[in-house]
Design a protein around this ligand. Structure first.
Ligand code: 0RQ
Length: 503
């Protein structure tokens, strides 16, 4: 195993996870690797959770500020949250235990555009970063790290943290070597230069993470897989959403706004995103590119069969079967996948230059095209904005998708006014449900409302929404974006009161 630690001085720092966790003190800010369940440290956070629980049993306070790339896994977010060890957390999360505690008001959570986190830290907005805990596939003889299955904010945590703990995970395939591209040309404003990336597959940096070996205080060897669940096969609703989008792309090709090769795709996480990717393959598209955050199973399938030529992301998010396929055929994928820091995968300048087609899930949209991606009933967080805002604001096209109802039909995903706004009406071009697709480009608020009512709302809710809109057009204080303020959030309140938005 120590064959993966080629730097003699760092090999001498090998210790078990308990000893490494003992280097972390209450109140510290810890930057961890990990993005959508991939490449997170597997051992030290668990040992840390035990250390925290022990301290709490002795009546000693022990809480940390925990910064990551995006969501991690039960061994990190789940264990630390359960131990009561997280005081503050950013950015994206999806662990049920962590989410529950955030929503009970026990943990402060800051939701931030994933593409902004690194610069936010660099600007000093997050204060001092005491420790970085980073998973790597190997340590090179010169001390640089061969990254693992995600890069996320690792470069930034390694650059800014006072001390570094490296977990070398021998389960991560050495065949990952050469797939990463770490760009070191970032600077503080006003000294920034254009980022020299012109095509999703361009390599503009180095394959390894730099770290000052003098900052490394512990090296922990692990042997554990990333933990990512299986995807359910696309259901009928997801397939219908995908079909509407594919038909829309075909239309855009016919009218000359897109070519047969579309533009670089960004695809969110989840089953609808997977269904859309499958829909593109079935729609006969070939030679496409992806400039996205996450490579899910659906994207691997598309790379395998030639629908996709190249995919750029910051992380894998593969099911166990996806991992098997990837590891078996890693040579086939090596030159067609680039993993970058999330400040590059989600960079506004690059997304805008490349003209990405952004396709993300949402919780709800309103009549006017404002989108809520994160909150239930305006107050309870689900996951976080993730990269959806980076791509929606800067992409060539920004598409938001959802089934038209949730919770067995008790909730309409199209409401008079969203209960929380992540993407404003100015950032949303297309809204799609299984009912149909509303193309909002070039429309005024009232025109958008008519398109959304006609195409996206479930028939059970369409008369209610049409009635609200008509009365708002008649009785609203202003007639530009008509609303009846006492009623605008009444659907949500009715759901909280009665368990259904139905009148
Ligand atoms: O809850 O599991 O308790 O039933 O929300 O909804 O339908 O399973 O859909 O997994 O695609 O998630 C927006 C959350 C959709 C996701 C969101 C409830 C629903 C269910 C999940 P249950 P589904 P998905 C790239 C881009 C933000 C980040 C992003 C997301 C649960 O897409 O997190 O885009 N997006 N990142 O029942 C109340 C509604 C609801 C609702 C759904 N209107 N009201 N509850 N639900 N609609 C990736 C990264 O950035 C890393």
């Amino acid at each position: 195993m120590s064959g993966r630690i080629a730097h003699a001085g760092l090999a001498a720092l090998r210790m078990d996870a308990d000893h490494a966790a003992a280097l972390i003190a209450p109140g510290m800010t810890v930057g961890m690797s990990g993005f959508t369940g991939a490449g997170y440290p597997k051992a030290v956070p668990l040992a840390l959770a035990t250390r925290i629980s022990d301290a709490h049993e002795r009546g000693e306070p022990f809480r940390l500020r925990v910064l990551t790339g995006a969501s991690t896994a039960p061994e990190l977010d789940g264990a630390l949250a359960r131990a009561g060890g997280i005081d503050f957390r950013l950015p994206y999360q999806s662990d049920p235990e962590l989410r529950a505690r955030i929503n009970r008001g026990e943990i402060e959570y800051m939701d931030l555009h994933l593409g902004h986190v690194a610069q936010y830290a660099l600007f000093g907005f997050l204060g001092r970063i005491d420790v970085a805990i980073i998973e790597a596939t190997a340590i090179l003889a010169d001390g640089r790290l061969l990254p693992s299955t995600s890069i996320g904010n690792n470069k930034t945590w390694l650059d800014l943290a006072d001390k570094v703990i490296v977990e070398v995970n021998q389960r991560q395939p050495l065949g990952l070597d050469g797939m990463h591209d770490i760009y070191y040309g970032t600077a503080m404003p006003p000294d920034r230069k254009p980022i020299p990336l012109l095509h999703p597959g361009d390599r503009i940096g180095e394959p390894y993470l730099r770290v000052d070996p003098a900052k490394i205080v512990a090296v922990v060897e692990t042997d554990a897989p990333d933990r990512i669940g299986r995807f359910s096969p696309p259901d009928d609703v997801s397939k219908r959403i995908a079909a509407h989008l594919v038909e829309f792309f075909r239309h855009e090709i016919r009218v000359g706004r897109l070519s047969e090769r579309l533009l670089p795709l960004q695809s969110g996480v989840g089953n609808i995103a997977n269904a859309v990717l499958a829909g593109l393959r079935e729609g006969g598209f070939r030679g496409l590119n992806a400039f996205t955050e996450v490579i899910q199973d659906g994207m691997l399938d598309l790379l395998a069969d030639g629908t996709l030529e190249m995919a750029s992301a910051t992380s894998f998010s593969l099911s166990p079967e996806g991992v098997d396929e990837f590891v078996r055929n890693i040579e086939r994928y090596r030159n067609r996948i680039v993993l970058r820091p999330q400040e590059m995968s989600n960079h506004g300048e690059l997304i805008r230059r490349l003209g990405c087609i952004a396709m993300n899930g949402m919780v709800e949209a309103d009549l006017y095209g404002n989108v809520n991606s994160t909150h239930v009933a305006g107050s309870s967080i689900i996951n976080g904005i993730g990269g959806s805002g980076d791509f929606a604001r800067n992409g060539f096209l920004s598409c938001f998708m959802t089934p038209s109802t949730a919770k067995g039909g008790a909730i309409s995903a199209i409401v008079p006014m969203v209960s929380h706004v992540d993407h404003t009406e100015h950032d949303v071009a297309v809204v799609v449900t299984e009912q149909g697709l509303a193309d909002l480009r070039g429309l005024s608020p009232k025109q958008r409302a008519r398109a959304i009512i006609a195409h996206c709302v479930h028939p059970d809710y369409r008369p209610m929404l049409a009635d609200y809109f008509e009365r708002a057009c008649r009785d609203s204080f202003g007639k530009h974006t008509p609303h009846l303020l006492p009623e605008a959030l009444s659907w949500h309140q009715r759901y909280l009161n009665t368990g259904s938005m139905r009148a």
